[in-house]
Design a protein around this ligand. Structure first.
Ligand SMILES: C[S@@+](CC[C@H](N)C(=O)[O-])C[C@H]1O[C@@H](n2cnc3c(N)ncnc32)[C@H](O)[C@@H]1O
Length: 843
């Protein structure tokens, strides 16, 4: 932040929109049972703009390092900034209930931070770290569900409605918690034998709990399946999750109401008994009407109507029931929405528990001791339902009496018994719905959210759906049906989903546009006015029609193991997209053997988890790596209709090499953290002081030939002597330089004449800013040379024209020695995927 800049400002209030909605206010004033003095605070908060919030993402130690920058470099400047009237601006604050101060919010609006000069440095930091995934711009309330899931390393986790992926990112971080230290501890035991130098023990290594996820020599064994019904949104999800470079994650594209059972390999000697995954934890962050997001999606003040909630009710029940059926006994499902409407919240919880056999099978977990500091309100035990014409109904019985009265004006539309509180005397009447958590905008200046944690006590039987709409319901309003079905869920049979015809699907009610989050901060966008174009999210009803009809089982529910799907065009999925298959390479494959010997790769790194994405199973361009469990899932479910959109971390990329004895497979930066600890010392360069790193970051191709290596400080001699090709650059700070404390490994390519740190441009720029507080533009000398050559050529032609001479057309090209960096757009836009200039001219 430059000195002498203006540090005070004024800004305009939130967009001018009348934040009044009579029916909305009437409904919630009556329903939420807030004390009178709080009602005003509640509505005032909903009318105010939402604070800016963000979370430091990635591994804990890395996230803490980036967080410290905020605290130590940017906060001292931010606290000096003043409003025009001399008041200090409110600086960002850590969210009190989020562990390790890793989540923050600030009341200064985004556009002010973006535009007002005193925030410029902070804004640059936010943008830079967000672009590489170290900061996740996420609504504070959206961070709650993963925190109450109690995910631990080694667990299998499903996020059923995951896009754009902010919660899935949190879940994935949890699966990998402590992994780096565990691997180092494991490798340290063999360091001497393997000729590895692991340096001093880190604090994290000393804190390791031996019992946690140590089965795979310290590598994480857990699994996250992130799913979304919308194909395009699946790709947003992939983009978000890829930043964590996890080999333990796959992304699938299914309607969560009938999520397929995921097969596992049979036990040895029992090939005829297939096994299916039962998850330890499931997140059902379902599509909802989204009225908890009124502060962000201000159009909802115009568009809100009770139909959205009514229309999504059945889908929400089916998603939650499906979640409970795929859960291990003893496991947890977290159900959440950003709606305040009990029809989408407590009603769903009650209906799903009833459908799974009641509170003996599934209980609501009391979370009052979790997340101390989070202000919340208990779930509702009684509520009423607003129908499509905004009429309020207290019970299904009341609806039925109205229908039986013969009155034909002001019909309520399709209301369902499950939308109302469980009637007195029914099994669900005593459910401790107060254990559900409601977060309102005024409690701690956030959006609104609903969260419930469910614990599956024992295996459940799914009751078949009873299509009881207003027109078919029993006059007595009874909700319980005879339990005619037989046990549906054991791990050796596919899970069954509640697939009986939905009592009121979206298409029937004509309501219930699911909200979607287009802007990627984990929350949802406003619903378009009824009857307007659908949001990009697919409507579940539509999805169902795209799926082949599932065979109906005796018990009334349907088998949901996915079957091979008819495809629109050969080799393409139903969206016309080409999904390449996942083919694992044999450890004996010559390419792997070559890689192994070139990098002196330790035999302690698994050799049988490398995979390619083409039907022939040939390593042509990229080689990916996955965990064992991801491999099992991909292999076992191939051709079974499980639509996997993404899986595996890109580990090796093929590129031209400067000589025949150089391995043509370089380590890709995203695979580097996974494999670096196993690479032999012959391919390692160590760097302890930060100065040389600055040169490597700013200059794309620093020279090493003709004695230029001397400019490379402490690594100069090593890079002069080491063989060409891909190297592991180990940053091992000696602890003497502030802001250079974090261990890291980066891919470095050595060519005949130069080096190249194989990192994407954003990553380089972010490291420069983080470590050196430097915003120097990156220098690509090859590109500069090329540009200069073009200018010279142009000048020559101009002069030749002036002199009436013919210009020599290829001069500039020849001067440059053939193909140059500037000819390859990939090289300019994405350094990571680009070979070095020498690599390209195959010398
Ligand atoms: C509330 S958003 C999820 C937000 C996400 N959990 C996050 O934290 O970033 C709901 C998502 O559900 C998806 N969706 C809607 N209907 C679905 C269905 N039947 N099955 C699976 N996903 C569905 C939408 O595409 C949308 O991405």
């Amino acid at each position: 932040m430059g000195r002498g800049r203006k540090r005070h400002f004024s800004w305009k209030s939130h967009a001018e929109i009348e934040k009044v909605h009579e029916k909305l206010q009437k409904y919630y004033d009556n329903l939420l049972q807030l004390p009178d003095e709080e009602k005003a605070q509640f509505w005032d908060a909903l009318r105010r703009e939402l604070p800016n919030s963000f979370r430091f993402a990635g591994s804990k130690s890395h996230a803490i390092a980036v967080r410290n920058l905020l605290k130590e470099r940017y906060m001292p400047e931010i606290v000096k900034i003043e409003h025009a009237d001399g008041r200090k601006v409110e600086p960002p604050q850590p969210v009190p209930w989020y562990p390790n101060d890793l989540a923050w919010d600030m009341t200064t609006p985004k556009n002010v931070v973006r535009k007002f000069a005193p925030f410029a440095a902070f804004q640059k930091f936010l943008v830079s770290e967000t672009s590489i995934g170290n900061i996740s711009r996420q609504e504070v309330v959206s961070m709650i569900p993963p925190l109450v899931m109690d995910v631990r390393p080694g667990m299998t986790v499903l996020d059923m409605c995951a896009s754009p992926g902010s919660k899935a990112t949190q879940l994935l971080e949890m699966i990998h918690q402590g992994e780096e230290a565990r691997i180092r501890k494991f490798l340290r035991a063999f360091a001497k034998e393997d000729g590895l130098d692991l340096g001093v023990q880190t604090e994290e290594e000393l804190e390791i709990d031996e019992d946690v996820d140590s089965a795979d020599d310290g590598r994480a064994t857990g699994l996250l399946i992130a799913n979304d019904a919308d194909y395009k949104r699946c790709h947003m999800l992939v983009h978000q999750l890829k930043r964590l470079s996890s080999p333990n994650m796959i992304v699938t594209n299914h309607d969560a109401t009938m999520y397929p059972s995921i097969r596992l390999p049979s036990e040895p000697g029992k090939p005829d008994r297939p096994r299916y995954i039962k998850f330890d934890r499931i997140l059902a962050d379902v599509p909802c009407s989204g009225d908890g997001t009124l502060r962000k999606n201000i159009n909802l003040w115009n568009d809100w109507n009770p139909n959205s909630a009514l229309g999504l009710h059945t889908t929400q029940i089916r998603i939650l029931v499906r979640a409970l059926s795929m859960l291990k006994p003893g496991g947890r499902v977290v159900y959440s929405t950003c709606s305040m409407n009990p029809v989408e919240n407590e009603a769903i919880v009650a209906a799903a528990i009833a459908k799974c056999g009641g509170p003996e099978k599934v209980e609501i977990v009391d979370c009052s001791n979790e997340l101390p500091g989070l202000k919340r309100r208990p779930g509702l035990k009684s509520w009423n339902v607003m129908d499509r014409s905004s009429r309020i109904w207290n019970s299904m019985q009341e609806v039925n009496e109205f229908l039986q009265s013969g009155e034909r004006t002001n019909m309520p539309g399709k209301l369902l018994e499950t939308m109302f509180p469980p009637p007195e005397g029914s099994a669900g009447a005593d459910l401790p719905l107060e254990r559900c958590m409601r977060v309102y905008a005024h409690l701690q200046n956030t959006g609104g959210f609903f969260i419930t944690v469910l614990h599956k006590k024992e295996e459940v039987k799914i009751r078949p759906d009873e299509p009881k709409s207003a027109s078919t319901a029993q006059p007595d309003g009874s909700r319980d049906s005879p339990a005619t079905d037989k046990p549906s869920d054991v791990a050796e049979t596919p899970d069954t989903a509640a697939q009986a015809p939905a009592a009121a699907s979206e298409s029937e009610t004509g309501a219930g546009e699911p909200r979607v989050d287009e802007n990627g901060d984990g929350e949802q966008e406003p619903t378009p006015p009824h009857g307007s174009k659908r949001p990009r999210s697919e409507e579940p009803a539509q999805l169902e029609s795209q799926e082949p009809k599932k065979p109906r089982l005796e018990n009334g529910s349907e088998q949901s193991e996915a079957k091979p799907q008819p495809q629109a065009r050969p080799g393409r999925n139903q969206h016309g997209q080409f999904e390449e298959p996942f083919k694992y390479l044999s450890p004996d494959h010559e390419v792997l053997q070559n890689i192994k010997s070139f990098y002196s790769l330790s035999a302690r790194f698994p050799q049988d988890r490398f995979m390619v994405r083409n039907a022939a199973g040939d390593p042509t361009k990229a080689i990916y790596y996955t965990s064992q469990l991801v491999k099992d899932v991909l292999v076992e479910n191939e051709g079974r209709g499980v639509k996997v959109v993404h899986g595996g971390v890109k580990m090796f990329m093929k590129q031209d090499a400067p000589s025949a004895d150089v391995c043509r497979w370089r380590i890709q930066s995203e695979g580097m953290p996974i494999i670096e600890g196993y690479v032999g010392e012959n391919r390692v360069v160590r760097l302890r002081k930060r100065e040389t790193l600055r040169k490597l970051l700013i200059e794309m191709f620093p020279k090493i030939a003709d004695g230029a290596w001397e400019q490379l400080g402490e690594i100069g001699e090593r890079v002069r002597d080491i063989g060409m090709g891909c190297l592991v650059l180990r940053l091992e700070p000696d602890g003497t330089e502030e802001s250079f404390m974090e261990r890291m490994a980066l891919p470095l390519w050595k060519s005949v004449h130069s080096l190249n740190l194989m990192l994407p441009k954003e990553e380089r720029a972010a490291m420069l800013l983080r470590i050196f507080n430097d915003t120097t533009p990156l220098i690509n000398r090859a590109l500069q040379k090329e540009k200069q050559a073009k200018i010279d050529q142009h000048e020559k032609e101009r002069r030749a024209g002036e002199n009436g001479e013919k210009a020599a057309s290829n001069d500039a090209q020849q001067e440059n020695g053939g193909t140059t960096a500037a000819e390859d757009p990939a090289m300019l836009d994405d350094v990571e995927d680009a070979p070095t200039p020498e690599g390209m001219v195959s010398d």
